[in-house]
Design a protein around this ligand. Structure first.
Ligand code: MOS
Length: 700
């Protein structure tokens, strides 16, 4: 069926800057999001979340609320329909938060305890705020710190890797670094809040949503509600940001419950504050890195032990220690990810899960090693380039890290750098520069696509891809154009509808690679069919692809994208404020489909790294178990004024296996960015900052 390896004679669409195909609709407001679309008879659900961090729900005083204007129903654990959470989805067993209102236990502050449904959002909100819920409160523990006695190493081969004799190599090392790094709880709140409308239409469940993969959400809802998957349709046409937060979450489940109970369409929209406990976030980390090296900087020992935190209901691991498994070899090499369950919301995938905090620790430690060895930080990394996967022993499919450093160093002006710290003063500012590596895995997952040659000479592509703001819709248009050998203007790209069949989610930097593979396969076969001649019937000619078999033949290799991050900072000696003056990231991340949106994606990641280095920190109140400032005023993120001249570029690095050469650029932009800034702060001041964010009070 597929011709995934079929050659394409590019029309030049791939690689050319192309504005977003839906750009006009977005900037004119014609593009409507899940929370915007009107429906006849639409009712509105408003969530009520627990105010205690651990205990049981005693009673829910529904009666007074049901008498309030417009209120239609109050769903809670005492009256909600049963759902079936006993399944394993493509991403593992479901987060128990999806089994909404199935019991009276409260495992953390912000757990859903009721849904008030009313005729208008205002009526629902007023009633939800008036709803009295009684609890039997139990003591809770939300305090995360390194060495918590409840911390354990999870099951499974991926938790820990080990080779060589660590103690012996550390003892034999001429130079050693032993340092602890921490990163705080961090949140990824997309601009567009989570929102879902559910309704029954002629025996089918229809959900209009904002998500990273409509087929994944549809299949999960089918399992939860014991429905035939073919009877569930989920669409998510426009998505205002996702970052790992927009999988299946309680709002879709609740919209379905309420629509089923009330026999009318129901929409549930989360508030910003609710998102801080319901959509996942990045666990805080405490990481210890031990490096041992010969005097010339060659690593003899690398030990990276990372602790993270999860909830008591679901084991989610922030895999910070994975970072070193692909980056640097050593005679003795050990990495482990540990976790401690506490009475907090379950974390989830947040952009570059694992690599973002892991690279902060290891790339900072390498900078400390370079300082101790008296070696340039880039030369140190070059000295420790592995020939093969440090843990796996497998060959790299391509590894252009040094090409990134060469190009980056040239453009950044690294050669002029005096390595000594604390020497450059401009008035009240101390100025310094820093660098760090970046990497992210290159993965791909089976997807299906359908490409139709229409009778009017245009083409329609259907694939359950998601454009979460990345420009995926545009990139796929360009990929289809080259595979069909037609201009992009002749292509209609239809995405984000579960009826189009199984496809990978927008996640793991795998979206465009996985979808592009399937689109290329279908489009190439269609082009070959059309080349045989003959008229196109009124319904068009459709070719479908499924990449499952093609991907099964991929050989085992170390497949990664790489990058080199550079930063220049100025530190105010009077206030402790750190200002980033410029950043440069050079990446080897496969063939770049659309330089316009790719640059935006990479720069977005780098800005997030800046934000991580200097601003982001969710403060959990140990007394209440909840967050202090669960909104975008209290949770500081980089604002425009914090963002200086930022450049992202890339070196030639096509993937040899991918039919288009794609690797994926979704996450790598943030990786290493915080370390480059922290290393620059050391260079400016002579003081190491091992705890993020680098707040003024920590600098002074
Ligand atoms: Mo992305 S954090 O893999 O959804």
């Amino acid at each position: 069926m597929t011709t995934a390896t079929g050659t394409t004679a590019p029309t030049g669409a791939v690689g050319a800057a192309h504005t977003r195909v839906e750009g006009l609709a977005k900037v004119t407001g014609a593009a409507r999001y899940a929370g915007d679309i009107p429906y006849t008879e639409l009712a509105h659900g408003w969530l009520v979340l627990s105010t205690i961090a651990r205990g049981r729900i005693g009673s829910v005083e529904s009666a007074p609320v049901l008498a309030m204007p417009g209120v239609l129903a109050v769903l809670h654990h005492g009256n909600a329909p049963r759902v079936d959470g006993d399944y394993t989805g493509p991403l593992g067993p479901p987060d128990p938060i999806l089994q909404v209102f199935q019991h009276d236990r409260v495992p953390f502050a912000g757990w859903p305890v009721a849904l008030v449904v009313a005729e208008t959002p205002e009526q629902a909100r007023e009633a939800a705020e008036a709803l009295v819920v009684h609890y039997d409160e139990e003591p809770h523990d939300v305090a995360f710190h390194a060495g918590n006695p409840r911390s354990y190493t999870p099951e499974g081969p991926q938790a820990e890797t080990s080779k060589g004799d660590l103690d012996a190599e550390l003892a034999a090392s001429a130079v050693a670094v032993d340092a602890e790094y921490t990163t705080p709880e961090e949140h990824h709140n997309p601009m567009e809040p989570h929102a879902a409308m559910a309704r029954w239409d002629s025996g089918r469940l229809e959900v209009v949503d904002t998500n990273q993969g409509s087929k994944f959400v549809a299949d999960e809802l089918a399992k939860l509600f014991s429905l035939d998957p073919a009877s569930v349709r989920v669409r998510s046409e426009h998505v205002g940001g996702a970052f790992g937060a927009k999988g299946t979450r309680p709002h879709q489940v609740l919209a379905v419950m309420a629509a089923t109970a009330l026999h009318r369409p129901v929409r549930v929209v989360m508030t910003r504050r609710q998102m801080f406990s319901l959509i996942g976030y990045r666990s805080p980390t405490a990481q210890r890195v031990r490096l041992g090296a010969d005097a010339d900087g060659r690593l003899r020992a690398l030990d990276h032990a990372a602790d993270c935190r999860t909830s008591t209901v679901y084991e989610f691991i922030e895999r910070s220690a994975d970072y070193g498994r692909s980056m640097y070899d050593a005679d003795a090499h050990h990495t482990v990810n540990r976790v401690v369950p506490l009475d907090v919301p379950t974390p989830t995938w947040m952009r570059a899960p694992g690599e973002a905090p892991g690279s902060f620790a290891l790339e900072s430690a390498l900078d400390e090693l370079a300082e101790k060895c008296g070696i340039d930080p880039i030369a140190l990394r070059a000295r420790n380039e592995p020939d093969a996967g440090p843990v796996s022993g497998l060959p790299f499919s391509s590894r252009n890290l040094l090409a990134c450093f060469e190009e980056g160093a040239r453009r950044f002006g690294w050669a002029d750098r005096d390595p000594r710290p604390g020497l450059r003063r401009e008035g009240r500012w101390l100025v310094g520069t820093g660098t760090a590596s970046a990497t992210f895995p290159v993965l791909v997952a089976p997807s299906t696509a359908a490409v139709t040659a229409e009778a009017d000479g245009t083409f329609t592509v259907r694939i359950t891809a998601a454009d979460v703001g990345t420009g995926a819709r545009t990139a796929l248009t360009q990929i289809a154009a080259d595979a069909l050998e037609v201009a992009p203007e002749r292509i209609r790209m239809k995405i984000a509808d579960s009826d189009f069949g199984p496809a990978m989610i927008a996640g793991g930097s795998m979206g465009t690679r996985s979808w592009g593979w399937a689109v290329t396969a279908a489009a190439c076969e269609l082009r070959e069919q059309l080349a045989l001649g003959g008229a196109i019937p009124p319904q068009g000619i459709t070719v479908r692809s499924d990449t499952t078999k093609d991907l099964a033949t991929l050989t085992a290799k170390e497949r990664y994208s790489f990058g080199a991050q550079f930063a220049e900072v100025a530190v105010d000696v009077t206030s402790g404020e750190v200002r980033v003056r410029r950043m440069l990231g050079v990446f080897a991340a496969g063939r770049i489909i659309n330089p316009l949106t790719a640059r935006s994606q990479l720069i977005g990641g780098m800005i997030w790294g800046l934000s991580m280095a200097l601003h982001e920190e969710a403060v959990r109140d140990e007394a209440s178990g909840g967050l202090v400032g669960a909104d975008l005023a209290g949770y500081h993120i980089a604002a425009n004024a914090d963002v200086p001249l930022i450049e992202a570029d890339w070196v030639d690095d096509p993937d040899a296996d991918d039919p288009v050469g794609i690797k994926g650029i979704g996450e790598i932009g943030i990786v290493g960015a915080a370390a480059a800034i922290a290393n620059a702060v050391w260079h400016a001041t002579g003081v190491r900052h091992r705890d993020l964010p680098i707040r003024p009070d920590r600098v002074l």
